[in-house]
Design a protein around this ligand. Structure first.
Ligand code: ARG
Length: 288
């Protein structure tokens, strides 16, 4: 049983490594001509209302590829973004990005899966992708490098262990090994909050769970919905023992050089929240 699951995980890793792509928003009827209409609302003579923010977002949206929103994502994070068996990106954030792209009259183009802790530097450097969408928690440190859009999801951290480990609470993790994905808030949380724990960093979420199963780590710390998903769908010998109320909020990562894009994304997010699309997607991926 264990062997089989490890092989499944290895298979998932290989698929991720092959780096397939997905998400073509694929509505040819969508007019690619309006993608600036939402970004040029700054009236030149609106001096009373004008402030620095308005001035900053008055420019044009800059895109890596014309007519396309190029998305960098670590596709190991179901139910937010993952590779399906056809090697296509799927998940709540993938659907949300497709809907946002439709709103903006852009084609949504996911790059091959990108290592999570390289995405913020990639967006900040520019030229490869327009946005980073990977369950990115808004943090002050990241906000120094990049801009965040408005919030798209609230989450907490979660901790999972193997059922036969005898560990039933976070207190019992003292001095134990905790696995987390490199550069994540789960990694930071474990480092700062679990006394004497040794925190091991892994490139991919799949690797974190494989390490739990093989006994390389005693526990996993990651975003709760993702921990729940892995336990339910692939690691039924593991269990979630704690929800840690970190009160994190996800947003889309955009270059500081592209304020008009951030503004247009925020307008699309607001529209999708107002017209029920956002609720439909949360229902589809998270149920009630
Ligand atoms: N929310 C956490 C963070 O921002 C973890 C995100 C990991 N995302 C991923 N696609 N693997 O650090």
């Amino acid at each position: 049983m264990k062997k089989k699951l490890s092989m499944l995980a290895a298979g998932a890793l290989m698929v991720a490594a092959l780096g397939m792509f997905g998400c073509s928003s694929g509505d040819p009827a969508t007019q690619p001509t309006d993608n600036n209409s939402s970004a040029n609302s700054t009236a030149p003579d609106n001096s009373a209302a004008a402030n620095n923010d308005d001035a900053a977002v008055g420019g044009e949206i800059v895109l890596v590829n014309d007519g396309k929103l190029t998305v960098a994502a670590s596709l190991d994070f179901p139910p937010f973004e993952n590779l399906n068996t056809d090697g296509e990106a799927e998940g709540f954030e993938v659907d949300l990005m497709k809907a946002i792209c439709d709103e903006m009259g852009l084609e949504c183009n996911y790059l091959p899966s990108t290592k999570f802790d390289t995405i913020v530097p990639l967006i900040s450097a520019g030229g490869k992708a327009d946005v980073g969408v990977s369950g990115f928690t808004v943090t002050p440190e990241r906000a120094k490098e990049i801009d965040f859009t408005d919030v798209i999801m609230d989450i907490n951290q979660g901790v999972a262990v193997m059922k036969d480990s005898g560990i039933t609470s976070v207190d019992q993790l003292e001095g134990k090994k905790i696995g987390a994905q490199s550069g994540t808030t789960g990694y930071e949380w474990a480092l700062e909050n679990v006394e004497g724990a040794e925190v091991l960093a892994f490139d991919e979420m799949t690797g974190v769970f494989a390490a739990l199963q093989s006994g390389q780590v005693d526990a996993v710390a990651a975003d709760l919905p993702v921990v729940q998903y892995y336990v339910l769908n692939a690691y039924q010998d593991a269990e979630v023992i704690a929800e840690v109320p970190t009160g994190e909020q996800y947003a889309i990562v955009v270059s500081k050089d592209n304020p008009a894009l951030t503004k247009a994304l925020n307008e699309a997010i607001a529209k999708l929240k107002a017209d029920g699309t956002y609720d439909q997607l949360t229902q589809k991926w998270f149920g009630a």
